[in-house]
Design a protein around this ligand. Structure first.
Ligand SMILES: C[S@@+](CC[C@H](N)C(=O)[O-])C[C@H]1O[C@@H](n2cnc3c(N)ncnc32)[C@H](O)[C@@H]1O
Length: 355
């Protein structure tokens, strides 16, 4: 057939067929997958997994990290390290180039995989002139005194710890009361679909990569007794950057899940009513929408499709309570503090006459 005579809608038809059949195949595959019934590997066999992967680790993760912007995130987080730094689960030393040599006085790098640590030690030059030490150690039992380090750094280690809460608590023990913990981790996301996907792949993932990829990292850090002072999440919430501090001097006490729940409820009730008020939450997109909406041509001047789209949007907006309340006169904001209006307003001439 002469391609120039092909129907103009052919590409549209072909791509919609491709999407329909592709979607059906992917959905079928997802539903028909057999659950992985293997036992989860123990810590020793997971360490062997890391040992085996050490020599090609950088090659394996480089591309993913590039596309996910992890390098830039590592840099911005590690630049905040200062003083004497402990980097736990250091792996192949992928953060070394990002420490600020003017702020960091020393780096101690630990990992329980000697093979990983060996690769990291070949990158010692990236730390120069910062003095460094490499110590083979499980992060659960660190051979350092209490309150030793100014900064504790851990990137993508919490997912691999056998006892994550206890391990973070141990890392906090060796951190000075004025110190900070810098964490860049991956774990559970913010949506049900992604979390279902992570859960359904968990056993396979732990066997292959040695890590549990669906942990709620912020929750774990709080359970370990630390104060989370900053959290940033990306990639559907599955990547976390967390800055945490000790809430008081000495080793932080681990919290039980029920204590954590009580703490979170207290924090929530202490938040101002405005912060948790859903109407206020929706008011901002509502106002933005109103501005766009008011600039649109009137319904009689819109195309049929335009009117159809608007009616769906309006209906949806009402359903999800995306409210754009009509501005009432008395809602006009002024900058007066309570009681100031009376002092500053001068009566008009007519008001003066009637007095
Ligand atoms: C996913 S890699 C991350 C490596 C590195 N931090 C990075 O950002 O590329 C996890 C590392 O944690 C180490 N690891 C896992 N469990 C550990 C533990 N209990 N104690 C110390 N290191 C551990 C592994 O050997 C591995 O090097």
């Amino acid at each position: 057939m002469d391609a120039s005579k092909a129907h103009p809608l052919l590409p549209l038809f072909a791509s919609s067929m491709f999407l329909t059949f592709g979607g059906a195949l992917a959905g079928g595959w997802l539903i028909s997958r057999k659950p992985d019934k293997r036992q989860l590997p123990d810590e020793t066999s997971r360490r062997e997994t890391f040992d085996k992967k050490a020599h090609r680790w950088d090659k394996d993760v480089r591309t993913d990290e590039f596309f996910m912007g992890i390098g830039r995130w590592r840099r911005s987080m590690c630049e905040r390290a200062e003083g004497h730094v402990l980097e736990t689960a250091v792996g192949t030393g992928r953060n070394f180039a990002f420490y600020n040599t003017a702020k960091v006085k020393s780096v101690v790098a630990t990992d329980f995989s000697r093979k990983m640590l060996k690769v990291a030690s070949t990158k010692k030059k990236f730390l120069d002139p910062i003095p460094s030490r490499f110590v083979a150690s499980n992060s659960l039992k660190l051979d350092f005194g209490d309150d030793t380090f100014d900064t504790v750094v851990d990137t993508f280690g919490i997912c691999s710890y056998e006892k994550p809460v206890e391990t973070i608590n141990e890392m906090a023990r060796v951190m000075k009361p004025s110190g900070k913990m810098l964490l860049l981790e991956h774990g559970a996301g913010t949506g049900n679909a992604i979390n279902w996907w992570l859960r359904s792949n968990l056993v396979h993932h732990v066997h292959k990569y040695g890590c549990y990829h669906n942990r709620k990292i912020d929750h774990i850090v709080k359970l370990a007794g630390l104060d989370v002072t900053e959290v940033e999440r990306r990639h559907a919430g599955t990547s976390y950057m967390i800055i945490a501090t000790k809430s008081c001097s000495g080793a932080p006490l681990m919290r039980t899940p029920s204590q954590l729940k009580a703490d979170e409820e207290r924090e929530l009730s202490e938040a101002t009513a405005d912060e948790v008020n859903p109407e206020r939450f929706f008011a901002l997109p509502g106002a933005a929408f109103r501005e766009v909406y008011e600039d649109l041509p009137p319904p009689e001047e819109r195309s049929i499709m335009g009117n159809f789209a608007m009616s769906i949007y309006e209906d949806l907006a009402k359903k999800v309570r995306l409210i754009w309340p009509d501005k009432k006169d008395d809602e006009d904001e002024d900058s007066f503090e309570d009681g100031r209006e009376e002092q500053t307003l001068v009566p008009s001439a007519s008001e003066k006459d009637s007095e």
